[in-house]
Design a protein around this ligand. Structure first.
Ligand SMILES: Cc1ncc(COP(=O)(O)O)c(C=O)c1O
Length: 394
């Protein structure tokens, strides 16, 4: 007779619930400020919200073309042109999906066969491991180490072998805040060419870079047309994480396969929100300049608070997260520290170990996100500094 546990797939049992989303639930439970999950608590641009309302009222309410609203793909292509200087054919190279989250699953599903390995840098954005489990990829981790969290290109190279099918990189990086230099990007591209390996670049933070850094898309690197799958989307750039609009740029051959997968997974992203996205992708340079400046102010403010709280960290170069070393708090591990923080200080962060497989590393780090209003960050900073004071007195 079938045992109760046989009702479930072995696959779904191999990964745990998201610690990031779990910390959001804890934040709500304790009425804490949520510096755990990376979503802005400030409004999306008015023009974008109006465009969504207009699209619904204009009855853009049925399925869009499965691989994305034509006008949206054209707008995305035109942004790649001025922002990255690359010519993209929206008819054959772009796919619109339900967030960068779906994009990663679609990309892996389209290329992975049983036994294929995927290289992932660790600490990694939490979704990448379940993505591998769901798509049958075998991850091979390359650690980036504190305090600088920089990619060691020799270590990366030694991870390549005959089973390597792809490399996943997040640039700018969640959770470490590092941004690859142009030399590093070129070196990664050279490695991928040498090993004929696809690189899946998660570039969801492509517009959030600090201190004058400029984003270089892997799609803009010479000779990567056939090997780069570039993932991005609207969530972070336009403060609409709930809209679930993601994008994939790749060669026509890869795109064809990914569109097929996407079609049967979700059919398509929300049609009126895709239509509204046309407005966003036509925002001018000024929007992106202000976006980066606003985040840089938040970064500077929050990093200053970490200093006042006596927590070591590496200043983020991009994205909107910072890993803080909480050893001085004196807890047994990061999970206990994060639980005490959310319960007692009413500030939620994410235990660093959740960015490592089987939580085997990162046990004296907490990741905080600073994509929040000034009032939220001011209140969180005050609570964090007070908490650090009480821990120091113990
Ligand atoms: C690196 C990274 N990739 C993907 C996502 C998810 O993006 P989306 O909202 O487009 O699914 C996130 C969200 O935090 C992220 O940090």
């Amino acid at each position: 007779m079938r045992q109760p546990l046989d009702r479930f797939s072995e696959r779904a049992g191999r990964f745990r619930e998201s610690v990031i989303r779990g910390m959001s639930i804890e934040a709500a439970k304790y009425g804490a400020l949520n510096l755990a999950q990376g979503f802005p608590d400030f409004p999306a641009p008015d023009a974008l919200k109006q465009a969504a309302c207009d699209a619904i009222m204009a009855d853009v309410n049925q399925y869009a073309i499965t691989w994305g609203d034509k006008a949206l793909r054209a707008a995305i292509a035109s942004k790649y042109d001025w922002h990255q200087g690359i010519q993209v054919d929206p008819e054959t190279q772009l796919t619109v999906v339900c967030g960068a989250t779906e994009a990663m699953i679609v990309a892996l599903t389209a290329i992975i066969n049983p036994g294929d390995e995927v290289i992932i840098t660790q600490p990694f954005y939490e979704n990448y491991w379940p993505d591998c489990v769901l798509t049958g990829a075998t991850p091979r981790f390359v650690c980036v180490k504190p305090p600088l969290w920089r990619l060691d290109l020799n270590e990366l190279e030694s991870a390549f072998n005959e089973k390597t099918k792809a490399l996943i990189l997040c640039n700018p990086s969640n959770p470490t805040g590092t941004v690859l230099t142009s030399d590093e990007i070129q070196a990664v591209a050279d490695l991928c060419k040498r090993h004929n390996t696809i690189v899946i670049m998660d570039e969801i933070y492509e517009h959030i870079l600090y201190d004058g850094r400029k984003h270089i898309s892997m799609a803009a690197v010479d000779g990567m047309d056939e090997l780069a799958i570039v993932i991005s989307g609207m969530s972070k750039t336009y403060a609409v994480t709930g809209w679930r609009i993601g994008t994939i740029l790749a060669s026509p051959e890869l795109t064809k396969r990914m569109r097929q997968v996407h079609d049967f997974v979700t059919i398509g992203a929300a049609a009126p929100l895709q239509r509204a996205g046309v407005v966003a992708y036509h925002f001018d340079q000024d929007y992106y300049t202000r976006l980066a400046e606003g985040y840089q102010r938040r970064r500077d403010f929050f990093c200053d608070a970490l200093k006042q709280a006596g927590l070591p960290f590496n200043q983020p170069e991009g994205a909107y997260y910072v890993m803080a070393d909480i050893s001085s708090f004196g807890f047994a591990n990061d999970r206990e520290a994060a639980l005490s923080l959310v319960r007692d200080a009413k500030v939620a962060g994410v235990p660093g170990s959740s960015f490592y497989l089987n939580q085997t590393g990162g046990d004296h780090w907490i990741r905080f996100c600073f994509c929040k209003r000034e009032e939220t960050l001011t209140a969180a900073a005050q609570k964090l500094i007070e908490f650090a004071g009480t821990r120091a007195a113990i």
